[in-house]
Design a protein around this ligand. Structure first.
Ligand code: GLA
Length: 696
């Protein structure tokens, strides 16, 4: 039996209920028990196993769930106007897996948002306003048993009275206690007060959150050549072109191109095309790649119409891995690894420096090395970068492209020199170094707003990106313009205005390598698909798979294997730029499999350039679909819940009818023909990614 009704009760009545239930069990009603049932406090379990939302940034001491205390570790548990001597204080989103082994009959608790005074804010940094601590939003408490929802509360707010959870857990092997913020709400301190198991058999035991094996779903490419990458590239007439034909297959491979436009030349051994196209126009060509196992061809078009990034960028950026510790040598290691690990053969192209290559005037900063600019105003790089032009040449020499970071303010987010009032000069300097991609980060621009100007005003938000565009148009080089201002003012609505023409714009704040961050950002992109298209993409921030670190010390991503499949699948569907943020040199077969599946990448690079949007949602289950050039659909079935669940997508939700072939893109396997709908069991925090095409 399941008791799902939630109603406020006073603690005293709950204690009475426990006594009654215990008495009933003792008297022998219900299933036979091995011994007299006892009450086991949730707080007596190993609470280090409870997942607790962390606060205070990456360097803060991690919070752990508290026995008989609120999460602050000091106050008693307080819900509404009541205080409790026993229970567990946690912070939502929070989760605990408990092995019951069929030994318990009942789980009882009084739940609610913690109502102790809010903690003091951390002391503000010099010159900064003190931050206010935000109260938690409404929270949902859930009890799951062996893959079923046994109990779910309504959204409970701070100050609300405690709610009784009274769940029959007879026969349950694994129980999950979960607290999560209601849709669109902030997490925060939350309590399982007076939480007890009534246990007659095996004692409940807190266990680690089960993590699935790192399964490699994709078969390895064969020995014969296969030409990957997009079917077109956008260039500007008269500007330098560099295009590496990405091909898998046994080396050596010899390349040829039919119909190469005048001004371009091919390196037949490297498969790299360079030169310039003088005349505006579209230039169809045929790529050929040959090795001892066979030959491949691919139709391709050079679109010399001045629009760049006709498909979203594929590359690497230094931030999520090295943070400020990025250096010339680490950038070279990245370029080497992109080639050595074969990523380049699947279309991965950009090696982008993020913040950390510049100098600063700021006292006490190790990158304060004297003047930040030469007498003529040219930016001077810091000692970690002895030769920027040399670095650009090195990257290009491998058939890769070079990206850099700056901002429209006087300083970057790290307080290093940025391009305010030097826009044209800096962009020209970058062009001289061979830069192909600029990430233009707002940060320090707030400090140069005039009196009365705020970031709530659209003209103010647009101005630095209009100025940046004007500057970039004065530079005779094809440079991708990547807007970074965290989605302010719904940038997706104007980032492609004629006077800005951003090739992408961040739609969110910074990502980090947790499920909450990644899935929170990813699934929030609802309704944005109409703003993306060839040359202009939504950017929900960079990837967080593999070895990440934001500094000199690296660690494995906090995402589970299935969560990593969700990350790549969703970002592929969203047609976001894919920028790896990990140490590529340390990528293992699992991680490489995630980013070198050519059928998945073909969706990402699809010529139609339409991004996915959500087509169905049922609680924690979602379906996102992206139309493709060949008339089929790329469809992601997602399970954001805590247990494996069947997900079904109806043809009506996809706007299609009739017989359809469904192909599993991660496994590169046809699943058969289906009519009306397709369903599949999708693992916890996991995905099934398919291509659905009409039967011909
Ligand atoms: C901001 C951006 C990040 C990164 C850092 C660098 O936080 O959003 O992506 O570029 O600045 O300081």
């Amino acid at each position: 039996m399941t008791i799902t009704a939630s109603f406020p009760r006073r603690a005293r009545s709950r204690a009475a209920l426990t006594a009654l239930l215990l008495a009933a069990a003792t008297l022998g009603s219900g299933p036979p028990v091995k011994r007299v049932p006892e009450e086991i406090q949730l707080s007596s379990l190993d609470l280090s196993k409870m997942r607790v939302a962390q606060v205070g940034g990456r360097n803060a001491t991690p919070s752990v769930a508290q026995a008989n205390k609120a999460i602050d570790g000091t106050n008693l548990i307080r819900i509404g106007g009541e205080q409790f001597a026993t229970g567990v204080g946690t912070r939502s989103p929070s989760m605990l897996f408990v092995h019951l082994g069929g030994g318990s009959e009942r789980f009882l608790a009084l739940v609610g948002v913690d109502n102790n005074p809010l903690p003091e804010p951390p002391p503000p940094a010099a010159g900064q306003q003190p931050r206010r601590v935000q109260p938690p939003g409404t929270q949902i408490f859930r009890v799951l048993g062996d893959g079923k929802v046994l109990y779910q509360s309504n959204p409970l707010g701070r100050g609300e009275a405690p709610v009784l959870v009274n769940v029959d857990v007879t026969g349950i092997q694994t129980l999950v206690l979960q607290v999560k913020p209601a849709e669109g709400q902030r997490g925060g301190a939350a309590n399982w007060a007076e939480a007890t198991f009534t246990t007659g058999g095996a004692r409940p035991q807190a266990i680690d959150i089960p993590v699935e094996p790192r399964t490699i779903l994709t078969p390895k490419p064969g020995p014969a050549p296969r030409i990957n990458g997009p079917s077109l590239t956008g260039v500007t007439p008269g500007h330098d072109v560099l295009y590496k034909i990405p091909v898998t297959g046994t080396r050596p491979i010899s390349y040829s191109v039919e119909g190469l436009p005048k001004g371009l030349k091919l390196d037949r051994k490297a498969g790299v095309i360079t030169g310039r196209i003088a005349e505006r126009g579209r230039y169809p060509v045929v790529f050929k790649a040959k090795n001892k196992a066979g030959e491949a061809t691919k139709q391709f078009t050079f679109v010399a119409e001045g629009l760049l990034s006709l498909t979203p960028a594929l590359g690497w950026n230094s931030w999520n891995v090295y943070g400020r510790a990025i250096s010339d040598s680490l950038a070279r290691v990245a370029a080497d690894a992109m080639v050595a690990k074969g990523l380049i053969d699947h279309g991965w192209t950009y090696i982008n420096l993020d913040d950390g290559w510049e100098r600063t005037k700021r006292e006490g900063d190790p990158l304060n090395e004297g003047p930040v600019r030469a007498e003529d105003g040219t930016m001077i790089v810091n000692k970690k970068f002895p030769d920027m032009k040399g670095l650009g040449d090195y990257i290009h020499g491998k058939g890769l492209k070079f990206g850099i970071y700056t901002g429209p303010g006087p300083t970057t987010c790290q307080g290093l020199e940025a391009s305010w009032q030097h826009e044209v000069q800096d962009f020209q300097t970058f062009a001289n170094w061979g830069v192909d991609y600029i990430k233009y980060d707002w940060c320090g621009y707030s400090s140069v707003l005039k009196p009365g100007e705020t970031t709530q005003q659209l003209p103010v938000l647009k101005r630095p990106y209009q100025d940046g565009r004007k500057a970039l148009d004065q530079v005779a080089r094809d440079i991708i313009y990547s807007l970074c201002q965290y989605g302010w003012g719904n940038v997706w609505e104007w980032g492609n205005d004629p006077d800005i023409r951003g090739n992408s714009w961040r739609t969110t704040g910074d990502i980090t390598d947790t499920w909450e961050s990644m899935n929170g950002i990813g699934f929030r992109q609802v309704g944005y698909s109409k703003f993306a298209g060839p040359g202009h993409w939504n950017d929900p921030d960079m990837l967080v798979i593999g070895k990440v670190g934001w500094g000199p010390r690296l660690r494995d991503t906090g995402l589970t294997p299935n969560e990593q499949y969700v990350h790549i699948t969703l970002w592929t569907l969203l047609a976001s730029p894919l920028l790896l943020g990990n140490d590529m040199a340390q990528m293992d077969d699992f991680e490489l499999n995630l980013v070198t599946n050519d059928e998945v990448l073909a969706v990402h690079q699809d010529e139609l350039g339409k991004a996915a949007d959500r087509v169905a949602k049922n609680g924690e289950l979602e379906v996102w679909a992206r139309p493709l050039q060949d008339g089929s659909l790329a469809v992601g079935l997602f399970n954001r819940d805590e247990m494996d669940t069947k997900v079904t997508v109806q043809w009506a939700e996809l706007g299609i009818t009739g017989k359809q072939t469904v192909r599993d893109l991660w496994r590169q396997q046809d699943l058969g023909q289906f009519e009306n709908e397709f369903s599949s069991t999708v693992p916890r925090h996991g995905t099934v990614f398919v291509k659905i095409s009409p039967v011909k």
